[in-house]
Design a protein around this ligand. Sequence first.
Ligand SMILES: Nc1ncnc2c1ncn2[C@@H]1O[C@H](COP(=O)(O)OP(=O)(O)OP(=O)(O)O)[C@@H](O)[C@H]1O
Length: 326
Amino acid sequence: MSSDSSGTTAAPAHQGDVLVVTDVVRRFGDLVAVDGVSFRIAPGETYGLLGPNGAGKTTTISMVAGLLPADAGTITLLGRAVGPRHTDVKRHVGLVPQDLAIYPELSARENLVFFGRLQGMWGRALTARVDEVLEIVGLADRAKDATKEYSGGMKRRLNIGIGLLHQPTLLILDEPTVGVDPQSRNAILESVEALSHEGMAVLYTTHYMEEAERLCDRIAIIDSGRVQAEGTRDELIRLTGELDRIRLTGGGDVPEAAAAVRALDAVASADADRHSVLLAVRDAPTAVAGVVTAATAAGMTLDDVEITRPNLESVFLQLTGKALRD
Ligand SMILES: Nc1ncnc2c1ncn2[C@@H]1O[C@H](COP(=O)(O)OP(=O)(O)OP(=O)(O)O)[C@@H](O)[C@H]1O
């Protein structure tokens, strides 16, 4: 993980990175929409661009997908330059934009066959791939229905299926769960997890920190066209300096329990009132068993144990002074 005040970041180089984005800039008139963004994605890695509306996420991925030229910087996919004039590398990218591009009168299967043919696929290979894709996005049982009957979330899942047809090396998803029903949202998140397990590299933009936390191996927090910080969820949270909290609630010898847990290595502080002890700890999920054992051995009877952890919302707030939410 690294970050600096210039907004450029440079993750350590790995041989065989799928995507390398280096100091990319894009202006629209006087507006600098993307201002020196750098990141890398390894095979099988899901990389998140987490930031609010207008942060520069869509502009960044449009450049990565070769749809929009960068004003400065370089982008390489599988070691080869990306840009609107480099058409050969585009076949390795599956871009799923925010806007839907499907034919409402056609079924999901017919849409997939149509887009597959556009990409030069045909015959049994196309039929087999369409079946696979329908399974991946969870639409196999509705494959024959006209897509105008679909919910917004199902349409979005079909759009993802279209992006997957040609088995891209890098799948780019632009805020794929915005405005979709909870069932489709879950189906989308599960599909991304499954694709990642199978080794696909994924670039995932979102302004939902829960999605970034759940899906992404590494996350760039992006705001005003700049990467403000980059790392794993835990690395980013460590930037805030905030610790996890464990609250023990119950009866018995609460002060003695507070003294006992305070002596544990993982515990930074423990404050007791009549019925509870509130602890600040490093890595609560690992520490909690020892905390419970120490508190009960000291004579506290526990009714409840609650863990709270700082999240990426806190990181974003601390880095930018703004909330991530709309
Ligand atoms: N074609 C364009 N012409 C002019 N300005 C643009 C254009 N595309 C994007 N912008 C501006 O660039 C900035 C970054 O936009 P971008 O769409 O990349 O952000 P985003 O993080 O993807 O947010 P959203 O989720 O709202 O799309 C915004 O201020 C936006 O208004």
